[in-house]
Design a protein around this ligand. Structure first.
Ligand code: GDP
Length: 298
């Protein structure tokens, strides 16, 4: 399947190395944990998280009196599932209309993800409206238009340089009058100064509070898995500017840095809700901890 195929390189960089170490050691000892630690640290899981995993593994092998090194693999899977399982990966979008605000820097796959999400809800028979809130670049508006055409969603836009909050205001009105099920708002993708970013996102949020009070809202941060630890620092910046309810992690296909999923959950405590596993319109999946860990270790 797509997820398993997509995680091929990550599997090579983490799982295959772990397997080799477990086989060559045969028995559990201190040195085995040093080797595992080394592999995890170099695979984008992050130092802090790796330390925590290794400590837990040591404790569990002691408690359960495990001496067979191969059994450590099951413990590791259990551990990763525990870290990743938030029990809240589904988008909560029950009201009509409900709203998704999509944030993230240029190039991470924001527009593509909006297109994929719009397509998913369209295929569920929902009426989807897009707000072209990335007014900083004309190209961003054009790209979103292309996706709107492609999936059959309506789009609300103004000219380049206009106020994103004004676009979102128009879109909120249109969502009400046209009885849309879902309004997806794009936002500026440049990493401007933190202060501007905060002001812009807060303003958009206030407009939605006012115009669509009580509407279910998801604020999704799009991060590019191929950027590894860089994605973590982007998330830290955006976390200060918005109440992020979930992460869309793109480009998990073809990267060896899939371990970043674990770092995101453990270091930021924001659930990964959707994952991008390719460039095609249906290459977006709901994130499921168990499936992810299984795909990683299969
Ligand atoms: P934006 O600047 O954040 O809006 O980024 P775009 O949506 O334009 O995407 C940038 C590039 O990343 C495009 O070539 C997309 O096709 C590609 N892309 C987006 N998501 C994925 C994904 O999940 N996997 C792969 N392989 N490519 C993706």
């Amino acid at each position: 399947d797509r997820l398993k195929d997509g995680l091929q390189k990550t599997r090579k960089s983490i799982t295959e190395k772990i397997d080799q170490v477990l086989v060559s050691f045969g028995k559990v000892d201190e040195e085995l944990f040093d080797e595992l630690e080394e592999i995890l640290i170099t695979s984008d899981i992050g130092i802090e998280t790796t330390m925590r995993i290794i400590e837990d593994l040591k404790e569990k092998t002691r408690e359960r009196k495990i001496i067979d090194a191969l059994k450590v693999k099951d413990l590791l899977k259990e551990e990763l599932e525990e870290i990743l399982d938030t029990g809240e990966s589904a988008l909560k979008l029950d009201s009509k209309p409900s709203v998704i605000i999509v944030i993230g820097v240029n190039g991470v796959g924001k527009t593509t993800s909006i297109g994929k999400i719009a397509n998913y809800y369209k295929s569920q028979g929902k009426k989807v409206l897009l707000a072209a809130g990335d007014t900083f670049r004309a190209a961003a508006i054009d790209q979103l238009e292309i996706w709107a055409d492609r999936v059959g969603a309506e789009i609300i836009e103004q000219k380049e340089g206009s106020d994103p909050a004004a676009v979102v205001f128009d879109a909120a009105q249109a969502a009400k009058s046209r009885k849309a099920d879902l309004l997806i708002c794009d936002t500026a993708g440049r990493l401007h100064t933190k202060k501007n970013l905060m002001e812009e996102l807060k303003k958009v949020s206030r407009v939605l509070d006012r115009e669509l009070p009580g509407a279910d809202r998801e604020t999704l941060l799009v991060l590019d898995a191929t950027t590894g630890q860089n994605a973590i620092s982007q998330a830290k910046t955006f976390k200060e500017a918005a109440d992020i309810t979930g992460i869309v992690l793109t480009k998990l296909d073809g990267t060896a840095k899939g371990g970043i999923v674990i770092a995101i959950k453990s270091e930021l405590d924001i659930p990964v809700k959707l994952i991008g596993v390719g460039e095609q319109i249906d290459d977006l999946q709901k994130f499921n901890a168990k499936e992810f860990v299984e795909a990683l270790f299969s």
